[in-house]
Write a protein that binds this ligand. Sequence first.
Ligand SMILES: Nc1nc2c(ncn2[C@@H]2O[C@H](COP(=O)(O)OP(=O)(O)O)[C@@H](O)[C@H]2O)c(=O)[nH]1
Ligand SMILES: [Mg+2]
Length: 219
Amino acid sequence: MAPLPRRRLELHHPLLRRNESQAGQNRDHFHRHGLRTINLLSAPGSGKTALLEQLAHRWPRPPIGVIVGDLATDNDARRLQRAGARAVQIRTGDLCHLDAALVDQAFSQLDCSGIDLLVIENVGNLVCPAAFDLGEQRRIALLSVTEGEDKPLKYPALFKSADAVVINKIDLAEAVGFDRCIAIANLSAIAPQATLFELSAHTGKGLDVLIRWLDAKAA
Ligand SMILES: Nc1nc2c(ncn2[C@@H]2O[C@H](COP(=O)(O)OP(=O)(O)O)[C@@H](O)[C@H]2O)c(=O)[nH]1
Ligand SMILES: [Mg+2]
């Protein structure tokens, strides 16, 4: 395949440099507020919001804070508020990822008093969000069993950048013929650095292990 056109790379790099600078400011800002911040990335529909609803109920020191990105609607922020989280919605229009400046704007609308965990639910997309540091301390990539075992192989950048990978919807694994061994082998090949969790955001099974990991990271 032909290499990317030179002009596209020239535009891309300053954009990422600007983002990195804002991400550094965000990280300082989160740290000053005593927040540990997670960037949660996955394909649309894999269960990011469902996982955060469970987390909002079960986090030992509620409430959690959430900044959530979607192209349109504030459905997810409303779902998360109903679950007890303090949530701010970012509507990106046609932008396929969150960037550090958007997160900074949303953070200024969030009352973070009494919050020690902030999760940024990124726009559902396995490509663009991987390149944009938001100032988070940890990245979690979510893979649901209904997407197929090969997604880490097809979208390696996102999984390579993750501190943890969550396999979600394990309650559906048998029904969709999910091959756990193949999925884990693919993840080990692409993302050996990532801690692996297997859970169901629907039944809650496996969530306690993830919460203990998050809590240890937040200590
Ligand atoms: N069976 C099952 N369904 C789930 C699970 N997690 C999420 N869902 C469903 O998957 C759909 C998409 O979930 P949502 O949280 O909106 O995904 P998001 O787009 O990644 O935020 C919803 O219908 C959820 O109820 C799970 O662990 N098991
Ligand atoms: Mg969502």
